[in-house]
Design a protein around this ligand. Structure first.
Ligand code: SAM
Length: 302
């Protein structure tokens, strides 16, 4: 059945409105006049983390009451909010940062409101994915937002394999302590591809790393990466120009670099080169001769 929402007309049953309000992802100056007005005029703010949102309301000198609404809230909280909306209260939905319902709670409430004929009004603002995309230098005409990848390695791998030939810029969120492992897997599955790591967007330490997937992996292996991260991967090249052997070679080269680092670490412990090469070769199933050549800066193709 078709439902029509006239966002700013009085509701025939006197229902209130649900405002989906984006808040800054770091820089409080990104808050708009409209956000301030809405947060100041609704009856209640449903917040993912009331302490976090209280700070924002204090900053805006607003005293609107807060109610906690997060991923683990019991269903009764959603029902109570819907009841209040039907009784004529306006409710603002906010998450800790950025746009609610985007890798954040909110979807279930929004869906329920649309089913119940309650007007859902978007109040746009910051979103890490789009903020990263527009400054990444990667194609912006077609993109796919993935949010967080699955946690388990097998599901993560399955999803990445399904995505690797898509002609869209891929945008994903990742936690700093999982970045290295995720990048390893991506490099293994995607091969050589342009990529960008956007960190601490809109904050004082905002930082972009633009290069290839291998460049990013090298970087995260040598630096401790902290803060909030958004990773972007360039679209797959057209099928006719794809060269799987080149991707494979790039990954092999990367692995060899890591093994050479292991040899160097053993040398640092006073172990002779020949012995160090033999140990790493045996532990990793690598031909010691190849390892020896790599140690002296020669690739297997030299
Ligand atoms: N709803 C939010 C939005 O609209 O962007 C996203 C919430 S999600 C739980 C949080 C993730 O978004 C972080 O782990 C990080 O991957 C990404 N993120 C949030 N703020 C960021 C920032 N300032 N810089 C880079 N990435 C950010």
């Amino acid at each position: 059945m078709l439902h029509e929402q006239k966002s700013f007309a009085p509701h025939p049953q006197g229902y209130g409105r649900l405002y989906v309000v984006a808040t800054p992802i770091g820089n409080l100056q990104d808050i708009s006049d409209r956000v301030r007005t809405v947060l100041g005029t609704v009856t209640i703010v449903a917040a993912e983390d009331t302490r976090q949102t209280q700070k924002l309301l204090n900053h805006l000198r607003l005293t609107t009451p807060l109610i906690s609404f997060h991923m683990h809230s019991p269903p009764a909280v959603k029902s109570k909010l819907v009841e209040r909306l039907k009784a004529g209260d306006d409710v603002a939905l906010v998450s800790d940062a950025g746009t609610p319902a985007i890798s954040d709670p909110g979807y279930a409430l929004i869906e329920k409101c649309t089913q119940e004929g309650i007007a859902v009004i978007p109040v746009p603002g910051a979103n890490a994915a789009l903020t990263a995309l527009v400054a990444s230098g990667l194609p912006t005409d077609h993109f796919l937002f993935l949010g967080f990848l699955p946690r388990t390695a097998s599901k993560k791998e399955e999803q990445l394999r399904a995505l690797r030939h898509l002609p869209y810029t891929l945008i994903l969120y990742e936690a700093p302590h999982r970045l290295k492992e995720t990048l390893h897997l991506i490099v293994q599955i995607f091969g050589e591809r342009k990529a960008v790591l956007a960190r601490e967007l809109t904050k004082v330490h905002e930082h972009f790393l633009r290069g290839t997937l291998h460049d990013l992996l090298d970087y995260v292996e040598q630096h401790e990466v902290r803060g909030e991260l958004t990773l972007l991967i360039a679209p797959a090249p057209p099928a006719e120009s794809r060269e799987p052997w080149r991707e494979e070679n790039a990954y092999k080269k990367h692995l060899m670099k890591e093994l050479v680092a292991e040899v160097e670490a053993l040398r640092g412990l006073g172990i002779r080169l020949k012995e160090a090469v033999r140990i790493v070769g045996r532990l990793t199933g690598t031909d010691p001769k190849m390892l020896y050549r790599a140690y002296h800066g020669k690739t297997s193709e030299d």
